[in-house]
Design a protein around this ligand. Structure first.
Ligand code: DGL
Length: 261
């Protein structure tokens, strides 16, 4: 079984990419909805949650873990790997490398949570992969919470998104990196704002390819999907159609359950 987790709904964008790539794999998705959002919380808190959830999923029989959260990866993936040396662990990091390679203006921007934006891991990623490309890191407080409440395109939020994006486009940014898995679900709102001026960079499919490479025998099974949440699990399944993921419901065998890592 492959375990995939996030603070909430955002990692469903990664789950969807993995489910598409591995139609027969047994998948378990855990949303830490009792503690979402992570992005405004201290590193120590995020690390504690990631380590508890990792232990919980391994104890449930997961033999490969996917940290479907940029914030959790930046804060805790190294320690998670240290605690589970025998378990392959795939993290997710903002797509700085593909964005820098594709940029013609040599200006890119990363949209991320406050925690990811200030992380040493992101700074290193930029040092290692952006070369001479100018990178603007833009924290987007509150955006993940908007996605949690399924306010993906309400007028007030759409205006807030435009206010954050417009100056980046005006400065010549031509690649906009979605550095938080929740923001994948804002792509339909972002796309018309950036059309013809910038491309959105989402690495969910690249993460899924890495999962395929590491899955081994775990790529084969009955294709069942279990959804778990640390609070209000019923909201997870109910959110799927609104997020464009209604098709995932066919893989769910049991109603979403409460987990308490
Ligand atoms: N989905 C998460 C990420 O990729 C974090 C959102 C949050 O909980 O703040 O960064």
């Amino acid at each position: 079984m492959i375990g995939i987790f996030d603070s909430g709904l955002g990692g469903l964008s990664v789950l969807a990419a993995v489910a598409r790539a591995l139609p027969r794999a047994e998948l378990c998705y855990l949303a830490d909805t009792a503690h979402v959002p992570y992005g405004s919380k201290p590193d120590g808190f995020i690390q504690g949650r990631v380590l508890s959830i990792g232990r919980h999923l391994v104890d449930r029989g997961c033999r490969l873990l996917v940290v479907a959260c940029n914030t959790a990866t930046a804060a805790a993936v190294d320690e998670l790997r240290r605690q589970h040396p025998g378990v392959p662990i795939v993290g997710i990091e903002p797509g700085i490398k593909p964005a820098a390679a594709a940029s013609r203006s040599r200006k890119i921007a990363v949209l991320a949570t406050e925690s990811t934006a200030r992380s040493e891991r992101l700074a290193r990623l930029i040092r290692d992969h952006a070369g001479a490309v100018d990178v603007t890191v833009t924290p987007c407080p509150g955006w993940a919470t908007r996605v949690e409440t399924l306010d993906l395109d309400g007028p007030a939020f759409a205006a807030e998104i435009a206010a954050r994006i417009d100056p980046l486009l005006a400065s010549g940014v031509d690649q906009l990196v979605l550095g938080c898995t929740h923001y994948s679900f804002l792509a339909p709102t972002l796309a018309p704002l950036v059309a013809g001026r910038a491309e959105l960079v989402d690495v969910a499919a690249a993460v899924a390819r890495q999962v395929v490479r590491l899955a081994g025998a775990d790529s084969q099974g009955a294709g069942a999907l279990a959804l778990l949440a640390t609070a209000r699990p019923e909201r997870l399944q109910a959110a799927l159609p609104r997020l464009g993921l209604g098709w995932l419901a066919t893989r769910i065998e049991h109603a979403a359950g409460l987990a308490q890592p």
